[in-house]
Each structure stands twice: as structure tokens, then as C-alpha cells.
Design a protein around this ligand. Structure first.
Ligand code: NAD
Ligand code: UFG
Length: 360
């Protein structure tokens, strides 16, 4: 298939691109590099050597309708068309979304509408969308099924939820359109080569990148947000899923559902929850490094526990997470060791370290 990946240079986009090339798909990646580095493209080229698929890249912002339309026009000029779009591009920092809501609605919501308009213009009728378990808000019961009550608690979460509604409305109006909404739980891990991984800019918001930066000596200690949750050890419980499993979920959803009109909604998680302290212990064992930590009050907006019922994806897509906690942690650790400053060069990293220290 010919597939457009927005946000294709990002963490989940780059891993999914590789999985799609391994299946022989022809890709066009677009990204504005607001949260990624061009170095990703070199790594993708190397890793995809010998694979049946291939990729092109265009640097652009999805809010720029003209630039986006030019990519579709170039495809048409070559006598081809996109069979589908996988839409990863978006902003994802929950705290920042509260401080800059308009930026989040612009990129995540308006950007998606711009993309849908261009897709409509070029009659591209399949979109796979990166949604989030955050649309469930504070769970009333666990595990979360796709039918569980929703109620996102952050601007970020509401931006994802709004797009889900927009896609439902567009499917209702366009009988040929297929929208696959994938609600990710907590993506972690890295490519086993150590060449692709998560490269947060500045201080990581998420648990595993923070732990791995402590283990590698880039940060002194982990702050554990809350030890008084109603969980077995008092710390927050989440459904961590390996990014390779997530990538495989996209491949299956795309290959099976793109020609089936309507909105299709799936949780992508493992169904297994781990606490913060269990993640710390797993990382300590795999890395052999101590992970100093201290406890602090709960982080505003955090829920006590969140994990998926992944039965629908298993039954309807034949998809099930294959990789376990040790895989997630050892692949993260390999990536962190091989790329202690992420994708940035040593020079850029010096600048970043100075800025970060000023913040801390
Ligand atoms: P990421 O930041 O690594 O990747 C997103 C990519 O989109 C980045 O490369 C960024 O430069 C690009 N981008 C952002 N805005 C853009 C714009 N306006 N135009 C063009 N490119 C733009 O994030 P990720 O972890 O790979 O997440 C991918 C998607 O999955 C996001 O939509 C995110 O909200 C969603 N998601 C992520 C998680 C998670 O924990 N990683 C969980 C649930 C959902
Ligand atoms: N945590 C810490 N210390 C840290 C970072 C996190 O104790 O430095 C704890 C959190 O309090 C939580 C757990 O580790 O209990 C996981 O936190 P993450 O930030 O890694 O993940 P969240 O579940 O809070 O959020 C993630 C994504 C969101 C997404 C949400 C639901 O970051 O974008 O999952 O899909 F919305």
C-alpha cells in the first residue's frame, strides 16, 4: 500500500514506519521536527536496507494545508495515490497543554481537520488515528474496555477526544471513509537494534525515560509522584506496552480495516498493570544500576491505576502484545546506553544539558 505517515519521525511513527516497510509498504513520512530530529531518517534508512518497502520524507507542518496538498499532488502526478494515512503528528505533553491550550487545539484538532480536508480533496478514505487511554479519564472500573465511560481530564486528552468525535461525524457523512482510532496505553521500549527510541526534549514527563536517564547518570534521582494510591504498593499502576507491539497493532489495523468503512475503535495495551516501584525494580535488575528515588505528592491529574481490556483487538485484529516487561526495559536500556543524549549530537547535547540544569 501507499501510506502517508504524519509525525513519521517521532517515537511511535518511526517504529511503525519500519514495521510497515518490513511488510513491503511504500511510505511518505511528513514531520515538522518540533519533537524529533532529522537523524531519525538516517537511522530508518539504515535499518530498512533490504526491506521490501521504502520511504520518502517531507518536512512540513500539518497545519499548512498548501504544503500538505503538495505532497498529495506529487503522488497524483506520479500516477499514484495514498491508500491510507496514519496520523501520529501532534503535541502530547499534558502539563504544557494546560498552559498553552490554543496551541494544542491548533495542532491536534485544527491540524487533523486540515489533514482531513486534503484527504477529502484527493479522495483518500482511510485514516488511522493515534488516540490515548487518557480519554477514559479516571476509570470507574478496570480493566478498561472500549465501552468504558470516557471523560478526559486534560486539554491534551480533550484534544484527542475531540478528534475521535470529528472522525465519527466524518464517517457518518462519508459512507466510504474508514477511521481506525487506536487508544494507546503507555508506550515504552525501543527498537532492539538500539538505533530508534524515545528522545524526549528537556526533562522527561514520562516514567521510563526518566528512570533510564537516572540509570545512565544524566539525572540524580527519580521523583515518585504519590505513594498513597489505593494500589498494592501505593504507587500508580499503568499498562506499559512495547512500541514494537504497538507498531504491529497499526500494521494489522491498517491491513484489515482500511477498506471497511466506518469508525473502528481499539484499545492497544497488554492488559497487565505495573506500579512505579515495579518499573524501578525491573530497570534496576536489567541495568545493574541503582535508581535513587524520593517520594513526592501525587502529580495533579494522575489516576491511581489504568490498564486495558485488550480483548477486542485480539478477537477482531488477531493482535496481542508479544513482548514482556523485561523486553520493554532491556530495549529501553540498550537505546539509552547507545544514545545517552538521544539523537542529538554531542555539541547540541551540551547546550541542552545547560538549559536543563537551569530548569532543575
Ligand atoms: P512524538 O512527539 O515522538 O511524535 C510526534 C511527531 O509529530 C514528532 O516527530 C513531531 O515533530 C511531529 N509533529 C508534531 N506536531 C506536528 C505538526 N503540526 N506537523 C507536523 N509534525 C508534527 O510522539 P509519539 O510518542 O510518537 O506519539 C505519536 C502520537 O501518539 C501523538 O499523537 C500522541 O499524542 C499519541 N500518543 C502518544 C502516547 C505516548 O505516551 N507516547 C500515548 C498515547 C497517544
Ligand atoms: N511517574 C513518576 N515520576 C515521574 C514520571 C511518572 O512517579 O517522573 C508516575 C506517574 O505518576 C504515573 C506513572 O509514573 O503513576 C506513569 O506516568 P507517565 O507520565 O509515564 O504516564 P501517564 O500514564 O501519566 O501518561 C501517559 C502519557 C499521556 C497519556 C496517558 C494515557 O504520557 O500522554 O499515558 O494514555 F495521555
Amino acid at each position: 500500500m501507499n501510506i502517508l505517515l504524519t509525525g513519521g519521525a517521532g517515537y511511535i511513527g518511526s517504529h511503525t514506519a519500519l514495521a510497515l516497510m518490513a511488510r513491503g509498504h511504500q511510505l511518505v513520512l511528513v514531520d515538522n521536527f518540533s519533537n524529533s530530529q532529522p537523524e531519525v531518517l538516517k537511522r530508518l534508512s539504515n535499518l530498512s536496507q533490504g526491506m521490501p518497502g521504502s520511504f520518502d520524507f517531507h518536512q512540513l507542518d500539518i497545519c499548512d494545508a498548501k504544503a500538505l496538498a503538495a505532497v498529495f499532488a506529487a503522488k497524483a502526478a506520479a500516477g499514484q495515490h495514498f491508500d491510507a494515512v496514519i496520523h501520529f503528528a501532534g503535541l502530547k505533553a499534558v502539563g504544557e497543554s494546560a498552559r498553552e491550550p490554543l496551541k494544542y487545539y491548533q495542532h491536534n484538532v485544527a491540524g487533523t481537520v486540515t489533514l482531513l480536508n486534503v484527504m477529502q480533496q484527493y479522495q483518500v478514505n482511510c485514516l488511522v488515528f493515534s488516540s490515548s487511554a487518557t480519554v477514559y479519564g479516571d476509570p470507574q472500573s478496570l480493566p478498561l474496555t472500549e465501552q468504558s465511560p470516557t471523560g478526559p481530564q486534560s486539554v491534551y486528552g480533550r484534544s484527542k477526544f475531540m478528534v475521535e468525535h470529528i472522525l465519527a461525524d466524518y464517517c457518518a457523512a462519508n459512507a466510504a471513509f474508514s477511521a481506525v482510532v487506536l487508544r494507546y496505553f503507555n508506550p515504552v521500549g525501543a527498537h532492539p537494534s538500539g538505533q530508534l527510541g524515545e528522545d524526549p526534549q528537556g526533562i522527561p514527563n514520562n516514567l521510563l525515560p526518566f528512570i533510564s536517564q537516572v540509570a545512565v547518570g544524566r539525572r540524580e534521582a527519580l521523583t515518585v509522584f504519590g505513594n498513597d494510591y489505593p494500589t498494592p504498593d501505593g504507587t500508580g499502576v499503568r499498562d506499559y506496552i512495547h512500541v514494537l507491539d504497538l507498531a504491529d497493532g497499526h500494521v494489522r489495523a491498517l491491513e484489515q480495516l482500511c477498506n471497511q468503512a466506518g469508525q473502528h475503535l481499539f484499545n492497544l495495551g497488554t492488559g497487565q498493570g505495573y506500579s512505579v516501584l515495579e518499573m524501578v525494580e525491573a530497570f534496576r535488575q536489567v541495568s545493574g544500576h541503582p535508581i535513587p528515588l524520593h517520594f513526592a505528592p501525587r502529580r495533579p491529574g494522575d489516576v491511581s491505576a489504568c490498564y486495558a481490556d485488550a480483548g477486542k483487538a485480539r478477537q477482531q485484529l488477531g493482535w496481542q502484545a508479544q513482548l514482556n516487561l523485561t523486553d520493554m526495559v532491556s530495549d529501553t536500556w540498550r537505546w539509552q546506553q547507545q544514545n545517552p543524549q538521544g539523537y542529538r549530537t554531542a555539541n547540541q547535547a551540551v547546550g541542552t544539558a545547560v538549559e536543563e540544569n537551569a530548569d532543575v
